[in-house]
Every structure is written in C-alpha cells, then in structure tokens.
Design a protein. Structure first.
Length: 228
C-alpha cells in the first residue's frame, strides 16, 4: 500500500485546522505535515497537539510552504490540502485507485462548499465542468500525485498567486488528471466575504490577467487590495 503524505499549508487557521486534521487522520498509511507560514494565532500549537509533523516555512507564501512540506515527505504519494477543506471518507482508497489508472499522472476531488446558498451550487457545477472537461482542478480540490513526479517537475512555481493553476498546466502535459467522483467539503468563507458573484468574477479576472501576461506579483497586489 503506497504511503500518502498530506501537506497542509497554514496561516492563522486555528478555527478550522483541528477538524481538517481529524478527517485526514482517518486514512490508512498516511502522514500529515502542517507547514505554517507565520501564524499569529494558535495554529501551530493545535497542529502539534494533534500529533502531526509541524514545521514553519523558511519563506512565506503557499507555494513555498507546499514545496517545503513536499521536500520532507516520506510518502510515495503527495496530497496538498487546504486547511479549511475536509477530505471525504475513504479518501485514501480513492487516491490510490485514481493513480493506478492508465495514463493518469495526478488527481483531485469534486468540490462541495459548506453552505446552503443556491448560488454556491452553481459554483460547484462550474468547478466540476472545468475540472472534468478542461482538466483544470484548483488547489481547494485536494490535488494529489506521485512524489517522484512532483520532484521531477520541481514542485510548485514560487508564485504569490496562481501557483496551483500553473502547476496543473504542467501536469496536463504529462498525462490525464483524474477527478474523483466523491467531493471534499470546503469552507464558504472566501465566497461569503465579498459575495458569490463578485468573488467568482474576481477569480476569473485573475486567470484572464495571468493569460495576458500580467506578473503574479502584480496580480497578487490587486487581489489583496480588492479583498481587503
């Protein structure tokens, strides 16, 4: 049975991290690595209290944190999990089964958003269509792949934003990205802060700007300015 290393980048995630770790610990032959980016709340203490390996990233930013976790992982498979996202039951079996399929180089899960808002059902459908037809899952869908391929690709590009998008584009050139039919459950907080439609528009504008060649550093400044 291949060992799965779950890497969770964190920054001030004390409210969500415990349940995320608890769900991840239901898997068989897994290790969990929390990589903190300088939290000012009890995130690190909570991670250590759950008995998982916890380190502080030498560099800030989600890409650097995920790469730091990947560098110390001992599993044959890497799974990158957002701190506010819960894995489904028997996720470990689904991951191993997906990566055993011919021509599959990576995978991700369907996305459920933890809210009853009808507009978020529309978001889920759009995410599902993008993932399956365009082979473009995002980081909140718990991306996973063989550790050897992650190392071969050099990890995530050290971008302040769009690091998962660019990484998946590299994966697509290597083979198929499988979408597991069961879903992770993620927090609705980023959609609720500015509203569902405004958040969706901002996200698509960031992608469009990236395709236009706007540097990720500039996109990040614009994104943070809008959200704050």
């Amino acid at each position: 049975m291949s060992k799965i290393s779950i890497v969770i980048p964190t920054l001030n995630e004390a409210r969500t991290l415990e349940k995320t770790i608890d769900r991840a610990q239901t898997g068989s032959n897994v290790e969990i690595i929390v990589v903190d980016g300088g939290s000012q709340d009890p995130t690190v203490e909570i991670a250590r209290s759950r008995g998982v390996q916890t380190i502080v990233s030498p560099q800030p930013g989600r890409a650097a944190q995920m790469n730091a976790g990947g560098a110390i992982a001992t599993g044959n498979i890497l799974l990158f999990l957002h701190a506010d996202t819960h894995l489904p039951p028997e996720y470990d079996k689904a991951v191993r089964a997906a990566l055993s399929q011919p021509h599959v180089v990576a995978g991700a899960f369907e996305l459920n958003i933890d809210s009853s808002l009808p507009s978020l059902r529309w978001v889920e459908k759009m995410v599902s269509a993008r993932s399956r037809f365009l082979q473009l899952p995002y980081g909140d869908q718990a991306l996973f792949l063989q550790t050897s391929l992650f190392e071969e690709l050099g990890g995530f590009p050290n971008f302040p934003i769009m690091e998962d998008f660019e990484f998946v584009r590299h994966l697509k050139r290597r083979g198929k990205i499988a979408i597991v039919p069961t879903a992770v459950l993620t927090s609705p907080r980023r959609w609720l802060k500015l509203g569902v439609f405004r958040t969706t528009f901002i996200n698509q504008a960031i992608v469009f700007g990236y395709f236009l060649g706007i540097p990720p550093t500039q996109l990040r400044r614009w994104y943070r300015g809008i959200r704050h």
